[in-house]
Ligand binder design. Sequence first.
Ligand SMILES: [Zn+2]
Ligand SMILES: [Zn+2]
Length: 105
Amino acid sequence: MMQTRKLTIACPQCGSRDISYSCSPSCCFNHVCAECYTTFEPATEATGKMVSGALPPQSLPEAADPTVACAKCDSTKVYMLTGDELACTDCGAALRLVLNEIAPG
Ligand SMILES: [Zn+2]
Ligand SMILES: [Zn+2]
């Protein structure tokens, strides 16, 4: 079993992890940095590896916490396994974070 941690994302402009998610997965994944107001949309790509028995974090994210969808199954139950490796706890795919639509604030 592998315990995951809540997803945090570093701002591509200033590196702050004070990032909030202002929309909902049915609309878009637009996130905003509280430090420099850069906006971006995180996504994932599958690394090809699978993670067996990845457990969701003990404290589940709130609505405004960073959220990203699994490249394999579209679930938003995507959490951090290590510093730069993510895992989907629905399908077990190991994922890597990619940031799109970066618009400096
Ligand atoms: Zn920033
Ligand atoms: Zn998945």
